[in-house]
Ligand binder design. Structure first.
Ligand code: SF4
Ligand code: SF4
Length: 372
């Protein structure tokens, strides 16, 4: 591992340099919320951010994108559409980097998804470490730390402090825990180099110096403290979850949560690892030209598993919830070799009726313990 020291001033010059050659998306604060957006200046960045509403997945797999255009008539034609810009995803948390690594597997499985792959090739990822809020549970699914999948990764140099007030700017209105970074930004960051491309860009746009052994030691201290901060956790090792889920197919828990679920699909939409989409055609009124596009779909929506003749493979909300949770903790493990929940907590933060994937999983674990 190679680490370089980057001061606050040099972060600004690095981002300014990147903005000359790339579209840069990063965490910003808008109307009190933490979200990703395109930035125009390093000042726009809110780097010590709490988890964003949507993950950076949206810049690799947009909520809506045109796949091809077509025209009929005397000279019918079809033109594939692949839009991929040189872009930087700045300030990506470890869980979201893990999610992108999972999406890489999905979109290159079988016939690869050209649109995703082209965009991914042109994307540089600058990660940053974070502190959990009361919904984060990445530690339980082994995504708290990340050692690849980024070009550079920023480690805060100062470590965490416990605080009994909420005056610091990284604690927002989502009832954050009473911790802050103990980091005034003037202390700078240690940059972990993940790829040659990351190293070259760092060298091109800014000045760094070799990190000292004392500074590197602080990374481990930060991680140790971070590990103590989780309020939410799953009560078994992550490796046991597929078995727990396979034994819970007929659990009464599904009916219980199915009764309160709205079937709104918000949990799907905010999830960094959900990748289902629907393909639709938009035909002009003259009926001679149009576009084929895809939009995010959601397995919690009633029509998701509806097929010709009106048959629905998952008619009830209980069935749809069971399916979604199994996709995270069992089915995808068999297919792609990893859990498809990265513990970001977004679905739990977003659900209007407080259906919580950690609580549901812990209930299933408790039932399973009683059975054995
Ligand atoms: S679990 Fe919550 S967010 Fe998901 S569909 Fe049901 S009500 Fe909507
Ligand atoms: S299932 Fe929920 S907690 Fe897990 S990755 Fe998706 S949004 Fe995050």
């Amino acid at each position: 591992m190679e680490y370089r020291f980057l001061s606050k001033k040099e972060i600004a010059s690095f981002v300014t340099g990147l903005l000359k050659d790339f579209k840069v998306y990063g965490p910003v604060k808008k109307d009190g919320f933490s979200l990703y957006a395109e930035i125009a200046s390093p000042k726009d960045l809110n780097l010590l951010h709490t988890p964003t509403h949507l993950s950076p997945k949206q810049y690799l797999f947009p909520p809506k994108e045109t796949l091809l255009t077509f025209k009929n008539g005397e000279n019918p034609a079809m033109e594939p559409v692949v839009e991929a810009n040189n872009q930087v995803l700045f300030g990506v948390h470890p869980c979201d980097i893990h999610a992108i690594r999972l999406l890489d597997r999905v979109f290159s499985y079988g016939p690869s998804d050209v649109n995703y792959i082209k965009r991914r090739e042109k994307t540089l990822i600058a990660g940053i470490d974070c502190i959990p809020d009361k919904y984060c549970f990445c530690k339980s699914v082994n995504t708290m730390n990340v050692d690849s999948g980024f070009d550079i990764f920023l480690h805060p140099l100062r470590g965490l402090n416990r605080k009994n007030n909420r005056t610091t700017n990284q604690l927002d209105n989502l009832d954050r825990q009473t911790f802050n970074w103990g980091h005034d930004m003037n202390a700078g960051f240690l940059v972990e180099i993940g790829t040659q491309r990351g190293k070259d860009l760092l060298h091109k746009y800014t000045k760094t110096r070799k990190a000292t052994a004392k500074e590197i030691k602080k990374i481990a201290e930060f991680k140790d403290k971070k590990a103590e901060l989780f309020a939410a956790s799953i009560n078994v090792e992550a490796s046991s979850l597929p078995l727990i889920y396979s034994g819970s197919y007929n659990s009464p828990v599904w009916e219980k949560v199915g009764k309160i679920c709205y079937g709104c699909g918000s949990c799907n939409n905010v999830c960094p690892t959900c990748y289902c989409f629907d393909v639709r055609d938009n035909i002009q009124a003259n009926l001679t030209e149009g576009e084929r596009y895809r939009v995010w779909d959601a397995c919690l929506l009633e029509d998701f598993a509806k097929v010709a003749g009106g048959h629905n493979f998952r008619k009830t909300r209980a069935e749809r919830l069971r399916h979604r949770f199994n996709r995270k903790f069992q089915y995808q493990v068999d297919k792609f070799g990893g859990l498809f929940c990265v513990g970001c907590g977004r679905c739990n933060r977003t659900c209007l009726v407080n259906i919580n994937i950690v609580e549901v999983t812990n209930e299933l674990i408790e039932e399973s313990n009683k059975r054995s």
